[in-house]
Design a protein around this ligand. Structure first.
Ligand SMILES: [Zn+2]
Length: 314
């Protein structure tokens, strides 16, 4: 008895993308570091569970960010004469207009971070475009800002998101994770966008976010552990000549001992030779000036012949 050959998937599955290479930095610079703050406030929790709008304590946990965390972080940055990038959901701008204006007046970059910190998984392009427009309008109305950059809520990009950003004139995104180096992302239709990549190990959410039933891992790590992890990554990225992009949330890293740990990290950054501590917008502008060949971050193809592999719902 002969057995039929199983199907042989393979054709058309190979990724067409090329690895991102190191980039050249401005004269005297060997690597870059960006301090970024995502001012999620209430929106991040309301998106997780809208009924939490009735829960006073979780709401107060989130409002700690703009009310206490941001002023503490602004003072820290002022002490060290550093500029940072604040990614602000439109809803946070509407809720805390004075705080957002203070960020801009202190000379920091204000960038786009959705409207309501929406869950964008599976979101269609029309809805996602409307969300982007609402966020743009909020930042314009509140702070008079037209942001150059975008960061997706929970770093969750759809494959159609880059084209929506390019259509709206964004210069960069900072939500993808396939590189240590900034690069130029090819966008459908021939446009391009600078990508300044992130990584979960450099997000304070994984270290500190604890809000029963709502967000986080259920653990609260020591700031000493976070500082150790981030310092190791900072030094390795510096040796590599790449970009260190730290993502902090004022409602988390704005707490006293965590802000002090952040200050220790800043002191370490300032001691590194040739480290350019700047905004994501500056890194994006420099990267755009290099006229790099755009590279794709293509969607994986599902093997057609492997009929037992599940398909996403249409
Ligand atoms: Zn966020």
């Amino acid at each position: 008895m002969t057995r039929a050959e199983p199907p042989q998937p393979g054709t058309g599955l190979a990724s067409s993308t090329v690895p991102p290479g190191p980039i050249s930095w401005p004269a005297g610079v060997t690597a870059a570091a960006c301090l970024t703050f995502d001012m999620d406030a209430e929106a991040a929790v309301l998106t997780a569970d809208i009924s939490s709008v009735r829960r006073m304590s979780p709401m107060s946990h989130q409002s700690y960010g703009p009310l206490v965390g941001v002023p503490r972080i602004l003072a820290l940055l002022r002490r060290h004469e550093l500029r940072a990038t604040f990614f602000v959901p439109g809803y946070s701008a509407h809720r805390y207009p004075e705080v957002v204006r203070a960020i801009g007046e202190a000379g920091h970059e204000i960038a786009h971070h959705s409207y309501f910190h929406e869950n964008t998984i599976g979101m269609d392009a029309k809805t996602e475009g409307d969300m982007l427009d609402l966020g743009l309008r909020a930042l314009r109305d509140v702070a008079g800002v037209r942001p150059e950059g975008y960061r997706a809520p929970m770093w969750e990009m759809n494959f159609h998101t880059p084209a929506l950003l390019a259509e709206r004139g964004f210069r960069y995104d900072s939500s993808l994770m396939d590189s240590d180096h900034p690069y130029v992302l090819a966008v459908d239709g021939g446009a391009s966008l600078v990508e300044v990549p992130v990584s979960w190990g450099l997000d304070d959410w994984e270290q500190y976010a604890f809000l029963p039933d709502l967000i986080g891992s259920g653990v609260i790590e020591s700031p000493a552990k976070a500082l150790e992890m981030w310092t190791l990554e900072l030094e390795a990225v510096h040796r590599l000549g790449a970009a260190f992009v730290l993502c902090c949330h004022p409602f988390l890293s704005g707490r006293p001992s965590r802000a002090e740990a952040l200050e220790r990290l800043i002191e370490r950054m300032k001691a590194l030779d040739g480290l350019w501590i700047t905004t994501v917008g500056e890194v994006a502008r420099h990267t755009a000036s290099l006229k790099l060949t755009p590279r794709a971050c293509p969607q994986p193809v599902i093997p057609a012949d492997a009929y037992w592999v599940a398909r996403p719902p249409t």
